[in-house]
Design a binder for this molecule. Structure first.
Ligand code: NDP
Length: 505
């Protein structure tokens, strides 16, 4: 039996009356002076912090990234400096659109957010279980997420809003097809891949930059629910993914992912027909083969969900020396919005919360703010430069410039000529990547979901979206139209009459 401990207040004062409130006589009213009652009720009233506006429902575990292959010629990041190096890590996986109590098996992309506690600071790689995304300009993010949340009138999820948005934003097609395939309902978190999704860069010790994409391939093998199984599991065990991950680690069946990278030189990027910084596109692995890097193993469950999972804060802004950003517009937007979200949700000192704290030295001049719990720099100077302390800005960490196309700012049409091929990669995905079984499932899942669109704009939305599927692959468009009982000729005429096919389609 563990050592007996005294019950105390939050201030450490021992007390006895934890179940009875002080009152004026046994049947009289309660006394205001029973401060322990106030402490218990007031704390309870404040137990909830704002849930994440996206990725509210998630599970996390600690683990280790072990480097198995040398990539030090591409990056000076300390995490990759020696084969065999092990770095403590945290991986949080989540659904996107649902609230904190929503079901784990919803059709949704899954977040795949990593924190590596490296000796040169915490590196956060905040991706998804898909290598792509629905949009490619961050200005559209709020609008897009509104369509994945609740309708302002019905307060229900709305397939009409979702398909309306997707059909009006053809750049979403590639991700919509991933989402509607059976990989949109993965069998828990252990059987799916993770992707850094954005293009980043690696910087080596000669300060040379190379563009990079990160892939985490599940060693457990891909396994998905069918649409029907996922719906059934919502009722049977809405916390299926949380339970599956936690219990497998408790059983010491540690899930693993193989970390691989794709590299593209600046020269290749300049000449590539696709924009390599467009988050709706992949880099073909035939042209840019996967390179082995290491193995991520999850081997430790957090001891307390709220402390270590709910309060975990990941930000793609947090890259370490040897890893850098790219001009990917969505990445640029997330560099701003993630730390901003954490400051709102957890407070300005969120990086002092143990799960977020860098285990190595943190030296700067940020002071004060709510919940400052690390000594606040004690009596040391709170300004820079000063004549008193020994903190130096080390010149070897000077950044390297990024060559840009243009000297002037501007608003660029995200779907202008050269950026408007939304159909080639989804077509390849359908024809070359999906098996016959996957194709059937995709058609079934799309027809089911698109069939839920309702209201006066139903025909417009369905026909517009059907056009996108036709542009990706005629066989796919036909299969969906037939399953849904749509008269293709009439539908196409109607759409073409209302909106011309976008250039490049
Ligand atoms: P490859 O044949 O070299 O790669 C295809 C990729 O698709 C592999 O990574 C494979 O890996 C993954 N894949 C296989 N089945 C599915 C599925 N049912 N759903 C999602 N992904 C699947 O071709 P390319 O690299 O030239 O890419 C062709 C198309 O494949 C792309 O247009 C894109 O749609 C899709 N794709 C590409 C990826 C990339 O990074 N290049 C990554 C994922 C998909 P695995 O089974 O291990 O996931």
């Amino acid at each position: 039996m563990s050592e007996e401990k005294k019950l105390t207040t939050a201030a450490g004062i021992p007390y006895y009356h934890n179940e009875d409130t002080q009152s004026a006589g046994p049947r009289g009213p309660l006394l205001l002076q029973d401060f322990i009652l106030h402490e218990k009720m007031a704390h309870f009233n404040r137990e909830r912090i704002p849930e994440r506006v996206v990725h509210a429902k998630g599970s996390a575990a600690y683990g280790t990234l072990t480097v198995t292959h040398d990539i030090s010629r591409y990056t000076k990041a300390k995490i990759f400096d020696t084969v065999g190096k092990k770095t403590r890590s945290l991986l949080r996986m989540s659904t996107v659109g649902g609230e904190k109590g929503s079901a784990d098996t919803e059709r949704d992309p899954r977040g795949f957010a990593l924190k590596f506690y490296t000796e040169e600071g915490n590196w956060d790689l905040v991706g998804n279980n898909t290598p792509i995304f629905f949009i490619k300009d961050p200005k559209k993010f709020g609008d897009f997420i509104h369509t994945q949340k609740r309708d302002p009138y019905t307060n229900c999820k709305s397939p009409t809003m979702m398909w309306d948005f997707w059909s009006l934003n053809p750049e979403s097609l590639h991700q919509v097809m991933f989402l509607m395939s059976d990989r949109g309902t993965p069998y828990g978190f252990r059987h799916m891949n993770g992707y850094g999704s954005h293009t980043y860069s690696l910087i080596n010790d000669k300060n040379e930059r190379i563009w990079v994409k990160f892939h985490f391939k599940t060693a457990q093998g891909i396994k998905n629910f069918t649409n029907d199984e996922a719906i059934r599991m919502k009722a049977q065990d809405p916390d299926f993914a949380q339970r599956d991950l936690l219990e497998s680690i408790d059983r010491k069946e540690f899930p693993k992912w193989n970390l691989k990278i794709q590299l593209m030189t600046p020269e290749q990027a300049k000449n590539h027909p696709f924009n390599p910084f467009d988050l709706t596109k992949t880099w073909s692995q035939k042209e840019f083969p996967l390179i082995d890097v290491g193995v991520l193993e999850l081997n430790e469950n957090p001891k307390n969900y709220f402390a270590e999972v709910e309060q975990a804060a990941f930000a793609p802004a947090h890259v370490v020396p040897g890893i850098d950003y790219s001009p990917d517009k969505m990445l640029q937007g997330r560099i701003l919005s993630y730390p901003d979200a954490h400051r709102h949700r957890l407070g300005v000192n969120y990086e002092q919360i143990p799960v977020n704290r860098c285990p190595y030295a943190v030296n700067n001049y940020e002071r004060d703010g709510a919940m400052r719990v690390d000594g606040n720099g004690e009596s040391n100077p709170n300004y820079f430069p000063n004549s008193f302390d020994s903190i130096k800005a080390d010149e070897s960490y000077r950044g390297i410039p990024l060559e840009l196309d243009s000297q002037t700012g501007g608003w660029y049409d995200r779907n202008a000529q050269g950026e408007n091929d939304h159909y080639t990669q989804p077509g390849i995905f359908y024809r070359q990547v999906l098996s016959d079984y996957d194709k059937k499932e995709l058609v079934k899942n799309i027809s089911f979901s698109l069939g839920l669109v309702s209201g006066p704009k139903k025909e417009d939305i369905v026909n517009r979206q059907l056009c996108h599927f036709f542009r990706a692959d005629i066989g796919l468009g036909m299969a969906i139209a037939q399953t849904m009982g749509v008269n293709v000729e009439a539908a196409m005429k109607d759409v073409q009459h209302k909106e011309p096919v976008p250039a490049g389609a």
